[in-house]
Design a protein around this ligand. Structure first.
Ligand code: NDP
Length: 294
């Protein structure tokens, strides 16, 4: 392997440790940062994510609660739960775990969260602030984690050609906005690719920094990476693995072994972007609580 590894797990641990003193300061001031995750239904993957978030909060002294609602909860009942949490002064962050059951209007639900408590950054007010570079906007955790990784690993984004593959509202689009911000971790020249992009391999090969978030196992081959590029793999895909106990393993959107021969720095899956995502959620919750410090 030619590339150096970007160790998301280690960096996430470091950053969580750095949050400790901020949580202490808030607690001394009588403000215990509080996060509530609302989970509707029984989706097994969502249950795992919610438990991971809960444990991560507890570990650094953030109060955390999970509101579990059954699959047949009505939209009105969910909105009323969110309204209660919006008005609960002990709660600084509210997160509605996606996906919601099909009978619910996710847009209306996300828009009902108080923007000041929207630590996921999906409310249109926060989306708008992130697009315009307003620092008050909560940045969505996954792209925020990627940006922090690049900064901490000394990757210069200013003037760099960054190619993002994937244009989702939770990863690709906010990632592009954040890389266009002025200053540290920004000032990049950004190209966003998607399923209609012509000759994607050629576009990807022009990238100094290639960020991939499409949900297609091993989509990016070694031949799509410019020699010396930095490769960030956001994808998490389950593929069959008869050798493992569970019968599957997790792989990214990048063919890691092939890309690592060409790149200068690369994130693994698992252990790359994933742990940073939860860390940035904790970070946003602490920032939400800090709004109450006088
Ligand atoms: P979405 O399904 O919402 O979006 C996928 C994007 O990829 C779309 O813009 C789509 O294009 C594009 N795309 C799909 N196939 C191709 C293709 N063949 N060529 C070019 N573009 C393509 O995905 P998400 O953004 O939600 O997630 C992407 C991946 O990241 C998933 O594996 C997910 O599990 C992972 N993820 C990981 C997180 C973490 O914490 N590590 C957090 C969030 C996501 P179009 O718009 O044209 O359809």
């Amino acid at each position: 392997m030619h590339a150096k590894l970007i160790d998301g797990k280690k960096l996430a641990e470091e950053m969580r440790a750095e949050l400790g003193p901020q949580v202490e300061e808030l607690t001394k001031a009588g403000i215990i940062p509080g996060l509530v995750v609302v989970l509707v239904g029984e989706d097994p993957a969502s249950q795992v994510y919610v438990r991971m978030k809960h444990k991560a909060c507890e570990k650094i002294g953030i109060y955390s609660d999970i509101v579990k609602l059954p699959d047949d909860t009505t939209q009105e009942q969910l909105l009323s739960t969110i309204n209660r949490l919006n008005n609960d002064s002990k709660i600084h962050g509210i997160l509605v775990q996606l996906p919601l059951p099909k009978h619910m209007d996710s847009t209306a639900v996300l828009e009902s969260i108080d923007p000041a408590k929207d630590v996921d950054g999906f409310h249109p007010v926060n989306v708008g602030r992130v697009v315009t570079g307003d620092p008050r906007g909560f940045r969505p955790a996954t792209p925020y984690g990627v940006q922090k990784m690049l900064i901490r690993y000394g990757v210069e984004t200013s003037g760099a050609n960054v190619v993002i593959v994937g244009r989702s509202n939770i990863v690709g689009r906010p990632m592009a906005s954040m890389l266009l911000h002025y200053g540290e971790g920004g000032d990049a020249t950004v190209t966003v690719c998607h399923s209609r992009t012509k000759d994607l391999p050629a576009v990807a090969r022009a990238a100094d920094i290639l960020i991939v978030a499409i949900g297609r196992p091993h989509f990016v081959t070694g031949g799509m990476v410019k020699p010396g590029a930095v490769v960030v793999d956001v994808g998490v895909n389950r593929v069959d693995d008869p050798d493992s106990e569970k019968g599957y393993k997790l792989v990214g959107d990048v063919d890691f072994d092939a890309a690592a021969e060409v790149a200068s720095l690369i994130t693994p899956v698992p252990g790359g972007v994933g742990p940073m995502t939860i860390t940035m959620l904790l970070y946003n919750t602490v920032q939400a609580a800090r709004q109450w410090l006088t």
